[in-house]
Design a protein. Structure first.
Lengths: 219, 391
Protein backbone atom coordinates (compact mmCIF):
# COMPACT_ATOMS: atom_id res chain seq x y z
CA UNK A 1 0.00 0.00 0.00
CA UNK A 2 1.20 3.48 -0.79
CA UNK A 3 0.74 6.81 0.87
CA UNK A 4 -1.74 8.84 -1.21
CA UNK A 5 0.32 11.95 -0.65
CA UNK A 6 3.95 10.92 -1.21
CA UNK A 7 3.52 7.38 -2.65
CA UNK A 8 5.72 5.88 0.07
CA UNK A 9 5.12 2.26 0.93
CA UNK A 10 3.04 1.81 4.06
CA UNK A 11 2.62 -1.03 6.48
CA UNK A 12 -0.81 -2.48 7.17
CA UNK A 13 -1.57 -0.65 10.38
CA UNK A 14 0.44 2.50 9.91
CA UNK A 15 -1.20 5.47 11.62
CA UNK A 16 0.94 8.05 9.90
CA UNK A 17 3.06 8.00 6.77
CA UNK A 18 6.68 7.65 7.85
CA UNK A 19 7.78 9.59 4.85
CA UNK A 20 5.61 12.69 4.86
CA UNK A 21 3.54 12.36 8.02
CA UNK A 22 0.29 12.18 6.07
CA UNK A 23 -2.76 10.87 7.94
CA UNK A 24 -6.49 11.32 8.00
CA UNK A 25 -6.27 13.91 10.72
CA UNK A 26 -4.16 16.05 8.44
CA UNK A 27 -6.91 15.84 5.81
CA UNK A 28 -9.55 16.66 8.41
CA UNK A 29 -7.63 19.69 9.52
CA UNK A 30 -7.74 20.89 5.94
CA UNK A 31 -11.23 19.82 4.85
CA UNK A 32 -12.95 19.50 8.19
CA UNK A 33 -14.02 16.52 10.20
CA UNK A 34 -17.74 16.87 9.76
CA UNK A 35 -19.78 14.42 7.71
CA UNK A 36 -20.92 15.60 4.34
CA UNK A 37 -23.74 14.42 2.20
CA UNK A 38 -22.85 13.61 -1.36
CA UNK A 39 -24.79 12.38 -4.36
CA UNK A 40 -23.46 9.42 -6.26
CA UNK A 41 -22.81 11.72 -9.19
CA UNK A 42 -21.65 15.21 -8.32
CA UNK A 43 -20.81 17.35 -11.33
CA UNK A 44 -19.59 20.63 -9.90
CA UNK A 45 -17.72 21.39 -13.09
CA UNK A 46 -20.88 20.94 -15.22
CA UNK A 47 -18.91 18.79 -17.56
CA UNK A 48 -21.68 16.27 -18.20
CA UNK A 49 -24.75 17.04 -20.30
CA UNK A 50 -28.08 16.27 -18.70
CA UNK A 51 -28.73 13.31 -20.97
CA UNK A 52 -25.38 11.77 -20.14
CA UNK A 53 -25.97 12.34 -16.46
CA UNK A 54 -29.35 10.61 -16.57
CA UNK A 55 -28.00 7.70 -18.55
CA UNK A 56 -25.10 7.37 -16.18
CA UNK A 57 -27.39 7.42 -13.15
CA UNK A 58 -29.51 4.66 -14.65
CA UNK A 59 -26.41 2.59 -15.16
CA UNK A 60 -25.36 3.24 -11.60
CA UNK A 61 -28.78 2.07 -10.42
CA UNK A 62 -28.40 -1.18 -12.28
CA UNK A 63 -24.88 -1.47 -10.98
CA UNK A 64 -25.97 -1.10 -7.38
CA UNK A 65 -28.77 -3.61 -7.85
CA UNK A 66 -26.36 -6.22 -9.07
CA UNK A 67 -23.91 -5.52 -6.28
CA UNK A 68 -25.84 -4.62 -3.17
CA UNK A 69 -22.75 -4.15 -1.07
CA UNK A 70 -20.76 -1.73 -3.18
CA UNK A 71 -21.31 1.72 -4.61
CA UNK A 72 -19.49 4.12 -6.85
CA UNK A 73 -19.43 7.84 -6.27
CA UNK A 74 -18.23 10.24 -8.92
CA UNK A 75 -17.08 13.75 -8.15
CA UNK A 76 -16.33 16.06 -11.06
CA UNK A 77 -14.94 19.42 -10.09
CA UNK A 78 -11.86 21.47 -9.41
CA UNK A 79 -9.83 20.19 -6.54
CA UNK A 80 -8.24 22.34 -3.88
CA UNK A 81 -4.69 23.16 -4.81
CA UNK A 82 -3.11 21.12 -2.07
CA UNK A 83 -5.15 17.99 -2.64
CA UNK A 84 -4.78 15.27 -5.17
CA UNK A 85 -7.71 13.08 -6.36
CA UNK A 86 -6.84 10.15 -4.11
CA UNK A 87 -6.63 12.31 -1.00
CA UNK A 88 -10.01 13.85 -1.69
CA UNK A 89 -11.48 10.41 -2.42
CA UNK A 90 -10.09 9.09 0.84
CA UNK A 91 -11.60 11.99 2.79
CA UNK A 92 -14.97 11.54 1.08
CA UNK A 93 -15.05 7.84 1.90
CA UNK A 94 -14.26 8.57 5.52
CA UNK A 95 -16.62 11.54 5.89
CA UNK A 96 -19.25 11.14 3.22
CA UNK A 97 -22.86 10.03 3.49
CA UNK A 98 -23.59 8.95 -0.04
CA UNK A 99 -27.08 9.13 -1.33
CA UNK A 100 -27.47 5.56 -2.44
CA UNK A 101 -30.60 3.47 -2.61
CA UNK A 102 -29.56 1.61 0.44
CA UNK A 103 -27.94 3.75 3.03
CA UNK A 104 -26.93 0.58 4.78
CA UNK A 105 -24.06 0.29 2.35
CA UNK A 106 -20.85 0.66 4.16
CA UNK A 107 -18.32 3.14 2.96
CA UNK A 108 -15.58 0.56 3.08
CA UNK A 109 -17.26 -1.04 0.06
CA UNK A 110 -17.26 2.27 -1.74
CA UNK A 111 -15.16 3.65 -4.53
CA UNK A 112 -14.82 7.35 -5.27
CA UNK A 113 -13.74 8.53 -8.67
CA UNK A 114 -12.54 12.12 -8.62
CA UNK A 115 -12.04 14.02 -11.85
CA UNK A 116 -10.62 17.49 -12.26
CA UNK A 117 -11.30 18.57 -15.86
CA UNK A 118 -9.41 21.83 -15.41
CA UNK A 119 -6.22 20.13 -14.26
CA UNK A 120 -6.88 17.10 -16.49
CA UNK A 121 -6.27 14.62 -13.74
CA UNK A 122 -8.33 11.98 -12.10
CA UNK A 123 -7.97 9.24 -9.52
CA UNK A 124 -9.70 6.51 -7.58
CA UNK A 125 -9.92 5.88 -3.87
CA UNK A 126 -11.33 2.61 -2.60
CA UNK A 127 -12.47 1.44 0.78
CA UNK A 128 -10.79 -1.24 2.78
CA UNK A 129 -13.11 -4.01 1.56
CA UNK A 130 -12.26 -3.34 -2.07
CA UNK A 131 -8.53 -3.17 -1.75
CA UNK A 132 -8.07 -6.84 -2.73
CA UNK A 133 -10.67 -6.69 -5.46
CA UNK A 134 -9.26 -3.51 -6.94
CA UNK A 135 -5.52 -3.53 -6.42
CA UNK A 136 -3.38 -0.80 -7.86
CA UNK A 137 -2.50 -2.61 -11.12
CA UNK A 138 -6.19 -3.12 -11.81
CA UNK A 139 -6.92 0.51 -11.15
CA UNK A 140 -4.07 1.45 -13.45
CA UNK A 141 -5.56 -0.63 -16.27
CA UNK A 142 -8.95 0.95 -15.70
CA UNK A 143 -7.38 4.39 -15.79
CA UNK A 144 -5.68 3.58 -19.09
CA UNK A 145 -9.03 2.75 -20.65
CA UNK A 146 -10.56 5.94 -19.27
CA UNK A 147 -7.71 8.08 -20.51
CA UNK A 148 -8.44 7.11 -24.09
CA UNK A 149 -11.95 8.52 -23.79
CA UNK A 150 -10.94 11.50 -21.70
CA UNK A 151 -8.26 12.48 -24.17
CA UNK A 152 -10.99 12.74 -26.78
CA UNK A 153 -13.28 14.68 -24.47
CA UNK A 154 -15.73 11.82 -24.01
CA UNK A 155 -16.27 12.08 -20.28
CA UNK A 156 -19.54 10.14 -20.21
CA UNK A 157 -18.05 7.32 -22.24
CA UNK A 158 -15.11 7.13 -19.85
CA UNK A 159 -17.41 6.83 -16.85
CA UNK A 160 -19.68 4.29 -18.54
CA UNK A 161 -16.62 2.26 -19.38
CA UNK A 162 -15.56 2.47 -15.77
CA UNK A 163 -18.91 1.11 -14.65
CA UNK A 164 -18.83 -1.72 -17.16
CA UNK A 165 -15.32 -2.67 -16.14
CA UNK A 166 -16.23 -2.62 -12.45
CA UNK A 167 -19.21 -4.87 -13.15
CA UNK A 168 -16.98 -7.46 -14.76
CA UNK A 169 -14.46 -7.31 -11.93
CA UNK A 170 -17.04 -7.53 -9.15
CA UNK A 171 -18.86 -10.34 -10.93
CA UNK A 172 -15.63 -12.25 -11.18
CA UNK A 173 -14.83 -11.85 -7.52
CA UNK A 174 -18.35 -12.12 -6.15
CA UNK A 175 -20.66 -15.01 -5.56
CA UNK A 176 -24.01 -14.96 -7.37
CA UNK A 177 -27.08 -15.26 -5.25
CA UNK A 178 -30.72 -15.24 -6.16
CA UNK A 179 -32.21 -11.80 -5.94
CA UNK A 180 -35.40 -11.01 -4.09
CA UNK A 181 -38.60 -11.75 -5.95
CA UNK A 182 -39.72 -8.16 -6.21
CA UNK A 183 -36.44 -7.16 -7.74
CA UNK A 184 -36.77 -9.91 -10.29
CA UNK A 185 -40.30 -8.87 -11.17
CA UNK A 186 -39.41 -5.20 -11.49
CA UNK A 187 -36.07 -5.17 -13.20
CA UNK A 188 -36.48 -1.61 -14.43
CA UNK A 189 -37.34 -0.13 -11.06
CA UNK A 190 -35.24 2.90 -10.41
CA UNK A 191 -35.77 2.51 -6.71
CA UNK A 192 -35.75 6.05 -5.45
CA UNK A 193 -38.06 8.92 -6.46
CA UNK A 194 -35.22 11.31 -5.85
CA UNK A 195 -33.59 10.01 -9.00
CA UNK A 196 -36.44 11.57 -10.97
CA UNK A 197 -36.43 14.81 -9.05
CA UNK A 198 -39.30 13.77 -6.76
CA UNK A 199 -39.03 14.45 -3.07
CA UNK A 200 -40.98 12.19 -0.78
CA UNK A 201 -43.52 13.94 1.35
CA UNK A 202 -42.92 14.32 4.99
CA UNK A 203 -44.77 11.97 7.23
CA UNK A 204 -47.33 14.63 8.27
CA UNK A 205 -48.31 15.39 4.70
CA UNK A 206 -49.01 11.82 3.78
CA UNK A 207 -52.64 10.87 3.50
CA UNK A 208 -53.60 8.71 6.35
CA UNK A 209 -55.00 5.36 5.60
CA UNK A 210 -58.67 5.12 6.43
CA UNK A 211 -59.23 3.68 9.87
CA UNK A 212 -62.12 1.70 11.07
CA UNK A 213 -63.54 4.58 13.14
CA UNK A 214 -63.32 7.18 10.40
CA UNK A 215 -64.79 5.05 7.71
CA UNK A 216 -68.31 6.31 7.00
CA UNK A 217 -69.28 2.92 5.79
CA UNK A 218 -68.09 1.24 8.92
CA UNK A 219 -71.03 -0.02 10.83
CA UNK B 1 72.35 -58.08 -118.86
CA UNK B 2 74.85 -60.84 -118.32
CA UNK B 3 73.91 -63.78 -116.09
CA UNK B 4 76.40 -65.40 -113.71
CA UNK B 5 77.18 -68.95 -114.55
CA UNK B 6 76.47 -70.20 -110.97
CA UNK B 7 73.24 -68.32 -110.62
CA UNK B 8 70.29 -70.61 -110.51
CA UNK B 9 68.31 -70.51 -113.58
CA UNK B 10 65.23 -68.35 -113.39
CA UNK B 11 62.48 -69.16 -115.72
CA UNK B 12 61.63 -66.14 -117.66
CA UNK B 13 57.95 -67.00 -117.74
CA UNK B 14 57.77 -67.16 -113.97
CA UNK B 15 59.51 -63.86 -113.60
CA UNK B 16 57.25 -62.36 -116.11
CA UNK B 17 54.22 -63.69 -114.33
CA UNK B 18 55.40 -62.41 -110.98
CA UNK B 19 56.07 -59.03 -112.45
CA UNK B 20 52.70 -58.95 -114.02
CA UNK B 21 51.00 -59.92 -110.78
CA UNK B 22 52.91 -57.26 -108.92
CA UNK B 23 52.00 -54.73 -111.51
CA UNK B 24 48.34 -55.62 -111.30
CA UNK B 25 47.81 -56.24 -107.57
CA UNK B 26 50.22 -53.88 -105.96
CA UNK B 27 48.17 -50.74 -106.56
CA UNK B 28 44.99 -52.55 -105.37
CA UNK B 29 46.62 -53.80 -102.23
CA UNK B 30 47.92 -50.35 -101.47
CA UNK B 31 44.46 -48.84 -101.89
CA UNK B 32 42.94 -51.51 -99.63
CA UNK B 33 45.54 -50.80 -96.99
CA UNK B 34 44.81 -47.13 -97.17
CA UNK B 35 41.13 -47.81 -96.96
CA UNK B 36 41.62 -50.08 -93.97
CA UNK B 37 43.71 -47.44 -92.30
CA UNK B 38 41.05 -44.81 -92.86
CA UNK B 39 38.10 -46.91 -91.64
CA UNK B 40 37.31 -46.58 -87.96
CA UNK B 41 36.02 -49.28 -85.70
CA UNK B 42 32.30 -49.89 -85.79
CA UNK B 43 30.52 -47.44 -83.56
CA UNK B 44 27.09 -47.88 -82.02
CA UNK B 45 25.31 -45.60 -79.74
CA UNK B 46 23.73 -46.99 -76.64
CA UNK B 47 20.27 -47.31 -78.07
CA UNK B 48 21.45 -49.25 -81.13
CA UNK B 49 23.52 -51.60 -79.05
CA UNK B 50 20.68 -52.02 -76.67
CA UNK B 51 18.23 -52.76 -79.45
CA UNK B 52 20.59 -55.26 -80.99
CA UNK B 53 21.10 -56.91 -77.65
CA UNK B 54 17.40 -57.18 -77.11
CA UNK B 55 16.82 -58.66 -80.52
CA UNK B 56 19.77 -61.02 -80.28
CA UNK B 57 19.13 -62.33 -76.82
CA UNK B 58 16.63 -65.15 -76.49
CA UNK B 59 13.55 -64.22 -74.53
CA UNK B 60 13.63 -65.36 -70.97
CA UNK B 61 10.55 -66.99 -69.57
CA UNK B 62 8.57 -66.18 -72.62
CA UNK B 63 9.63 -62.55 -72.63
CA UNK B 64 8.31 -61.79 -69.19
CA UNK B 65 11.73 -61.39 -67.66
CA UNK B 66 14.22 -58.75 -68.66
CA UNK B 67 16.45 -59.80 -71.46
CA UNK B 68 20.11 -59.01 -71.79
CA UNK B 69 19.72 -55.64 -73.38
CA UNK B 70 16.99 -54.52 -71.05
CA UNK B 71 18.90 -55.66 -68.05
CA UNK B 72 21.93 -53.78 -69.22
CA UNK B 73 19.96 -50.63 -69.82
CA UNK B 74 17.74 -50.94 -66.80
CA UNK B 75 18.57 -49.12 -63.62
CA UNK B 76 20.63 -50.89 -61.06
CA UNK B 77 17.80 -51.48 -58.65
CA UNK B 78 14.08 -51.38 -58.67
CA UNK B 79 14.00 -48.52 -56.27
CA UNK B 80 16.26 -46.49 -58.53
CA UNK B 81 13.74 -46.78 -61.30
CA UNK B 82 10.87 -45.98 -58.96
CA UNK B 83 12.72 -43.05 -57.56
CA UNK B 84 13.30 -41.71 -61.01
CA UNK B 85 9.78 -42.20 -62.21
CA UNK B 86 7.71 -41.73 -59.09
CA UNK B 87 9.51 -39.32 -56.92
CA UNK B 88 6.28 -38.44 -55.19
CA UNK B 89 5.48 -42.03 -54.32
CA UNK B 90 5.04 -42.85 -50.65
CA UNK B 91 8.31 -43.96 -49.16
CA UNK B 92 6.78 -46.91 -47.39
CA UNK B 93 5.92 -48.52 -50.71
CA UNK B 94 8.72 -51.05 -50.91
CA UNK B 95 8.33 -52.64 -54.28
CA UNK B 96 11.33 -54.89 -53.73
CA UNK B 97 9.76 -56.35 -50.67
CA UNK B 98 6.53 -56.84 -52.51
CA UNK B 99 8.26 -58.37 -55.47
CA UNK B 100 10.07 -60.78 -53.22
CA UNK B 101 6.74 -62.24 -52.25
CA UNK B 102 6.10 -63.61 -55.69
CA UNK B 103 5.74 -67.31 -55.87
CA UNK B 104 8.54 -67.79 -58.36
CA UNK B 105 10.83 -65.48 -56.48
CA UNK B 106 11.63 -63.35 -59.49
CA UNK B 107 10.93 -59.70 -59.81
CA UNK B 108 8.35 -58.50 -62.25
CA UNK B 109 10.09 -56.63 -65.03
CA UNK B 110 7.30 -54.28 -65.87
CA UNK B 111 9.29 -51.33 -64.76
CA UNK B 112 12.28 -52.48 -66.80
CA UNK B 113 10.20 -52.89 -69.90
CA UNK B 114 9.39 -49.21 -69.94
CA UNK B 115 11.31 -47.95 -72.87
CA UNK B 116 11.15 -44.58 -74.40
CA UNK B 117 12.91 -45.68 -77.51
CA UNK B 118 10.36 -46.59 -80.12
CA UNK B 119 10.51 -50.13 -81.29
CA UNK B 120 10.44 -50.69 -84.98
CA UNK B 121 7.98 -53.51 -84.82
CA UNK B 122 5.44 -51.89 -82.54
CA UNK B 123 2.89 -49.32 -83.34
CA UNK B 124 3.70 -45.77 -82.47
CA UNK B 125 1.58 -42.98 -81.26
CA UNK B 126 -0.40 -41.24 -83.91
CA UNK B 127 -2.70 -38.29 -83.95
CA UNK B 128 -5.74 -38.44 -81.68
CA UNK B 129 -8.69 -40.10 -83.23
CA UNK B 130 -11.21 -37.77 -84.71
CA UNK B 131 -14.69 -37.76 -83.38
CA UNK B 132 -16.12 -38.94 -86.64
CA UNK B 133 -13.75 -41.88 -86.61
CA UNK B 134 -14.95 -43.15 -83.26
CA UNK B 135 -17.38 -45.99 -83.31
CA UNK B 136 -19.08 -47.89 -80.60
CA UNK B 137 -17.99 -51.30 -79.56
CA UNK B 138 -19.88 -53.92 -81.41
CA UNK B 139 -22.46 -55.92 -79.49
CA UNK B 140 -20.30 -58.94 -80.06
CA UNK B 141 -17.38 -57.22 -78.37
CA UNK B 142 -19.59 -56.15 -75.50
CA UNK B 143 -20.86 -59.67 -75.16
CA UNK B 144 -17.30 -60.92 -75.23
CA UNK B 145 -16.44 -58.55 -72.40
CA UNK B 146 -19.40 -59.74 -70.39
CA UNK B 147 -18.52 -63.35 -70.99
CA UNK B 148 -14.87 -62.83 -70.21
CA UNK B 149 -13.54 -64.91 -67.30
CA UNK B 150 -14.33 -63.17 -64.05
CA UNK B 151 -10.94 -63.75 -62.53
CA UNK B 152 -9.02 -62.30 -65.47
CA UNK B 153 -7.84 -58.76 -64.72
CA UNK B 154 -7.14 -57.99 -68.37
CA UNK B 155 -9.96 -58.02 -70.89
CA UNK B 156 -8.98 -57.75 -74.52
CA UNK B 157 -12.08 -58.51 -76.58
CA UNK B 158 -10.67 -57.25 -79.86
CA UNK B 159 -7.20 -58.76 -79.45
CA UNK B 160 -5.34 -55.48 -79.38
CA UNK B 161 -2.42 -56.92 -77.47
CA UNK B 162 -0.02 -59.64 -78.40
CA UNK B 163 0.00 -62.73 -76.28
CA UNK B 164 3.27 -61.84 -74.66
CA UNK B 165 2.21 -58.33 -73.79
CA UNK B 166 -1.12 -59.52 -72.52
CA UNK B 167 0.54 -62.11 -70.33
CA UNK B 168 2.90 -59.56 -68.96
CA UNK B 169 0.06 -57.16 -68.11
CA UNK B 170 -1.98 -59.98 -66.61
CA UNK B 171 0.94 -60.87 -64.43
CA UNK B 172 1.29 -57.30 -63.31
CA UNK B 173 -2.42 -56.81 -62.68
CA UNK B 174 -2.56 -60.11 -60.85
CA UNK B 175 0.30 -59.06 -58.68
CA UNK B 176 -1.46 -55.77 -57.97
CA UNK B 177 -4.63 -57.66 -57.07
CA UNK B 178 -2.77 -59.80 -54.56
CA UNK B 179 -1.22 -56.81 -52.85
CA UNK B 180 -3.89 -54.15 -52.99
CA UNK B 181 -7.30 -53.85 -51.41
CA UNK B 182 -8.43 -52.20 -54.58
CA UNK B 183 -7.70 -54.52 -57.53
CA UNK B 184 -7.65 -53.20 -61.04
CA UNK B 185 -9.43 -54.64 -64.03
CA UNK B 186 -8.57 -53.26 -67.43
CA UNK B 187 -10.59 -53.51 -70.62
CA UNK B 188 -8.53 -52.78 -73.70
CA UNK B 189 -10.32 -51.59 -76.79
CA UNK B 190 -9.25 -50.44 -80.19
CA UNK B 191 -7.98 -46.99 -80.93
CA UNK B 192 -11.21 -45.83 -82.49
CA UNK B 193 -13.51 -47.65 -80.16
CA UNK B 194 -15.71 -46.04 -77.64
CA UNK B 195 -18.35 -47.25 -75.24
CA UNK B 196 -21.29 -44.90 -75.12
CA UNK B 197 -24.19 -47.27 -74.93
CA UNK B 198 -25.57 -46.75 -71.41
CA UNK B 199 -26.94 -50.26 -71.21
CA UNK B 200 -23.66 -51.79 -72.20
CA UNK B 201 -21.77 -49.48 -69.91
CA UNK B 202 -24.01 -50.33 -67.00
CA UNK B 203 -23.60 -54.02 -67.62
CA UNK B 204 -19.85 -53.77 -67.93
CA UNK B 205 -19.43 -51.64 -64.83
CA UNK B 206 -21.73 -53.69 -62.67
CA UNK B 207 -20.49 -54.93 -59.36
CA UNK B 208 -20.93 -58.56 -60.29
CA UNK B 209 -18.63 -58.20 -63.27
CA UNK B 210 -15.86 -56.31 -61.59
CA UNK B 211 -14.69 -58.31 -58.67
CA UNK B 212 -11.29 -59.84 -58.35
CA UNK B 213 -10.60 -62.27 -55.59
CA UNK B 214 -13.88 -61.35 -53.92
CA UNK B 215 -12.87 -57.70 -53.71
CA UNK B 216 -14.53 -54.89 -55.64
CA UNK B 217 -12.19 -53.78 -58.35
CA UNK B 218 -11.51 -50.54 -60.11
CA UNK B 219 -12.32 -50.69 -63.78
CA UNK B 220 -10.34 -49.07 -66.55
CA UNK B 221 -11.62 -48.90 -70.09
CA UNK B 222 -8.57 -48.09 -72.15
CA UNK B 223 -8.56 -47.41 -75.89
CA UNK B 224 -5.16 -48.33 -77.28
CA UNK B 225 -3.12 -45.30 -78.21
CA UNK B 226 -5.66 -42.95 -76.67
CA UNK B 227 -4.81 -42.73 -72.98
CA UNK B 228 -6.62 -39.40 -72.66
CA UNK B 229 -9.87 -41.20 -73.51
CA UNK B 230 -9.40 -43.83 -70.84
CA UNK B 231 -12.27 -44.07 -68.40
CA UNK B 232 -11.83 -45.05 -64.81
CA UNK B 233 -14.53 -46.42 -62.54
CA UNK B 234 -14.08 -46.81 -58.81
CA UNK B 235 -16.14 -48.56 -56.13
CA UNK B 236 -18.22 -46.16 -54.01
CA UNK B 237 -16.01 -46.66 -50.97
CA UNK B 238 -12.95 -45.52 -52.88
CA UNK B 239 -14.87 -42.79 -54.66
CA UNK B 240 -15.94 -41.21 -51.39
CA UNK B 241 -12.68 -41.84 -49.59
CA UNK B 242 -10.71 -39.23 -51.51
CA UNK B 243 -11.46 -35.84 -52.92
CA UNK B 244 -12.28 -35.02 -56.52
CA UNK B 245 -9.09 -32.99 -57.02
CA UNK B 246 -7.09 -35.95 -55.80
CA UNK B 247 -8.76 -38.25 -58.32
CA UNK B 248 -8.41 -35.71 -61.08
CA UNK B 249 -4.74 -35.38 -60.36
CA UNK B 250 -4.34 -39.16 -60.30
CA UNK B 251 -5.91 -39.57 -63.71
CA UNK B 252 -3.93 -36.67 -65.11
CA UNK B 253 -0.74 -38.25 -63.86
CA UNK B 254 -1.68 -41.55 -65.47
CA UNK B 255 -2.24 -39.81 -68.77
CA UNK B 256 1.01 -37.91 -68.39
CA UNK B 257 2.88 -41.13 -67.65
CA UNK B 258 1.41 -42.76 -70.72
CA UNK B 259 2.26 -39.84 -72.95
CA UNK B 260 5.93 -39.98 -72.07
CA UNK B 261 6.34 -42.79 -74.55
CA UNK B 262 5.18 -43.34 -78.08
CA UNK B 263 4.69 -47.10 -78.13
CA UNK B 264 1.04 -47.71 -77.59
CA UNK B 265 1.80 -50.85 -75.63
CA UNK B 266 4.19 -48.95 -73.42
CA UNK B 267 1.57 -46.27 -72.99
CA UNK B 268 -0.87 -48.82 -71.65
CA UNK B 269 1.86 -50.27 -69.50
CA UNK B 270 2.85 -46.94 -68.03
CA UNK B 271 -0.75 -45.97 -67.52
CA UNK B 272 -1.43 -49.13 -65.56
CA UNK B 273 1.73 -48.78 -63.52
CA UNK B 274 0.90 -45.22 -62.56
CA UNK B 275 -2.70 -46.15 -61.86
CA UNK B 276 -1.55 -49.02 -59.67
CA UNK B 277 0.52 -46.65 -57.58
CA UNK B 278 -2.38 -44.23 -57.31
CA UNK B 279 -4.71 -47.01 -56.25
CA UNK B 280 -2.31 -47.84 -53.46
CA UNK B 281 -2.53 -44.19 -52.41
CA UNK B 282 -6.30 -44.28 -52.53
CA UNK B 283 -6.20 -47.45 -50.48
CA UNK B 284 -4.60 -45.55 -47.63
CA UNK B 285 -7.75 -43.43 -47.40
CA UNK B 286 -10.13 -46.35 -47.35
CA UNK B 287 -11.87 -47.16 -44.09
CA UNK B 288 -10.61 -50.19 -42.24
CA UNK B 289 -11.98 -53.53 -43.31
CA UNK B 290 -14.83 -54.79 -41.17
CA UNK B 291 -15.32 -58.52 -41.23
CA UNK B 292 -18.97 -59.32 -41.66
CA UNK B 293 -20.71 -62.61 -41.90
CA UNK B 294 -22.72 -61.73 -44.98
CA UNK B 295 -20.89 -59.45 -47.38
CA UNK B 296 -23.16 -56.91 -48.94
CA UNK B 297 -23.23 -56.57 -52.70
CA UNK B 298 -21.12 -53.68 -53.82
CA UNK B 299 -22.15 -51.48 -56.67
CA UNK B 300 -19.81 -49.73 -58.99
CA UNK B 301 -20.06 -45.99 -58.94
CA UNK B 302 -20.73 -43.90 -62.00
CA UNK B 303 -17.71 -42.76 -63.99
CA UNK B 304 -15.46 -40.98 -61.61
CA UNK B 305 -12.70 -39.24 -63.47
CA UNK B 306 -13.28 -39.42 -67.14
CA UNK B 307 -10.25 -37.98 -68.78
CA UNK B 308 -11.85 -38.06 -72.19
CA UNK B 309 -15.36 -38.86 -73.21
CA UNK B 310 -15.10 -39.37 -76.92
CA UNK B 311 -13.23 -36.17 -77.60
CA UNK B 312 -10.95 -36.31 -80.52
CA UNK B 313 -8.30 -34.25 -78.74
CA UNK B 314 -6.49 -34.93 -75.52
CA UNK B 315 -8.51 -33.60 -72.66
CA UNK B 316 -7.05 -30.72 -70.74
CA UNK B 317 -8.31 -30.16 -67.25
CA UNK B 318 -8.50 -26.51 -66.35
CA UNK B 319 -9.73 -25.18 -63.07
CA UNK B 320 -12.35 -22.52 -63.38
CA UNK B 321 -13.62 -21.18 -60.04
CA UNK B 322 -17.23 -20.89 -61.12
CA UNK B 323 -17.10 -24.17 -62.93
CA UNK B 324 -17.62 -25.93 -59.63
CA UNK B 325 -20.82 -24.01 -59.04
CA UNK B 326 -22.09 -24.89 -62.48
CA UNK B 327 -21.18 -28.54 -62.57
CA UNK B 328 -21.66 -29.34 -58.93
CA UNK B 329 -24.66 -27.15 -58.28
CA UNK B 330 -26.22 -29.69 -56.00
CA UNK B 331 -23.16 -29.71 -53.81
CA UNK B 332 -22.95 -25.93 -53.92
CA UNK B 333 -26.61 -25.64 -53.00
CA UNK B 334 -26.11 -28.05 -50.13
CA UNK B 335 -23.19 -25.99 -48.93
CA UNK B 336 -25.18 -22.78 -49.08
CA UNK B 337 -28.09 -24.32 -47.22
CA UNK B 338 -25.75 -25.79 -44.68
CA UNK B 339 -23.99 -22.51 -44.11
CA UNK B 340 -27.29 -20.67 -43.76
CA UNK B 341 -28.52 -23.27 -41.32
CA UNK B 342 -25.30 -23.07 -39.35
CA UNK B 343 -25.52 -19.28 -39.27
CA UNK B 344 -29.13 -19.47 -38.12
CA UNK B 345 -28.28 -21.94 -35.40
CA UNK B 346 -25.39 -19.77 -34.31
CA UNK B 347 -27.55 -16.65 -34.16
CA UNK B 348 -30.23 -18.55 -32.28
CA UNK B 349 -27.67 -19.82 -29.79
CA UNK B 350 -26.28 -16.33 -29.31
CA UNK B 351 -29.77 -14.96 -28.80
CA UNK B 352 -30.63 -17.67 -26.28
CA UNK B 353 -27.40 -17.07 -24.44
CA UNK B 354 -27.97 -13.32 -24.33
CA UNK B 355 -31.49 -13.78 -23.03
CA UNK B 356 -30.30 -16.26 -20.49
CA UNK B 357 -27.54 -13.94 -19.40
CA UNK B 358 -29.91 -11.00 -19.14
CA UNK B 359 -32.28 -13.12 -17.07
CA UNK B 360 -29.41 -14.23 -14.93
CA UNK B 361 -28.34 -10.64 -14.40
CA UNK B 362 -31.87 -9.65 -13.43
CA UNK B 363 -32.44 -12.46 -11.04
CA UNK B 364 -29.09 -12.60 -9.34
CA UNK B 365 -26.92 -10.36 -7.27
CA UNK B 366 -23.23 -10.73 -6.60
CA UNK B 367 -21.89 -10.57 -3.09
CA UNK B 368 -18.26 -9.74 -2.46
CA UNK B 369 -16.47 -11.49 0.38
CA UNK B 370 -16.25 -9.82 3.74
CA UNK B 371 -12.77 -8.64 4.57
CA UNK B 372 -11.34 -7.93 7.98
CA UNK B 373 -9.29 -4.81 7.54
CA UNK B 374 -7.00 -2.91 9.80
CA UNK B 375 -7.42 0.86 9.68
CA UNK B 376 -4.57 2.70 8.11
CA UNK B 377 -3.53 6.33 8.31
CA UNK B 378 -6.41 6.94 10.70
CA UNK B 379 -9.11 6.36 8.09
CA UNK B 380 -12.25 4.62 9.31
CA UNK B 381 -13.33 3.30 5.90
CA UNK B 382 -10.45 4.01 3.56
CA UNK B 383 -6.73 4.13 4.01
CA UNK B 384 -6.03 6.01 0.81
CA UNK B 385 -5.66 3.00 -1.46
CA UNK B 386 -6.12 4.04 -5.05
CA UNK B 387 -4.50 5.31 -8.19
CA UNK B 388 -4.26 8.69 -9.84
CA UNK B 389 -3.10 9.90 -13.18
CA UNK B 390 -3.67 12.68 -15.68
CA UNK B 391 -4.69 12.84 -19.31
Amino acid sequence: MKCPHCQSLLAANTARCPGCGFCEQALSSYLGDQWVRLERLTDRAHALPMADSQRLLHQMDAFERQFPQVFLAIYIGSLPPLLNPVELGMWLLNHGAFSTHQFAKRNEYGMVCTLDPAAQRFGFAVGYALEKVLPEPTLERISLEMKEHLAQGHLAAALEGLLARLERIYRRHGQPQSAQLEEAILPGRAGNPRDFGLTPLRQGHQSKAPTETSSPHHS
Amino acid sequence: MSRHPYDPPVPSALVLTMGLLLAVFHPLATAQDLEDADLTLPEWDASEWRQQAIEAAPPLAGGLLPSLGEAAAAPATVNDELQLRFQDAPPQFDIEALSAQLSDGRAIPWFAAVDDAPAAASATQSEPALAIELRDLTPEAVETILQWPKNDPLVDPTAELSEMEADELRRFLGYHATQARLPLRAIVTGKNHQLKDPAALTAITSAETNQLGGKPAALLIYPMGEPWRARLFLPPTALHAVSQPFLREAVEDCVAAARRTTRVESQLHDYLVQLSVRLFWIEKHLPPVVQSASPEPIEIAPPLAEVGSGDERPATVTFVPWNFLVTQWRTALAWVIGLLAAAGILMWAISVRRRSRARHLRTHVWMLPEVDSTPRLGGAFSGGAGFQTSW
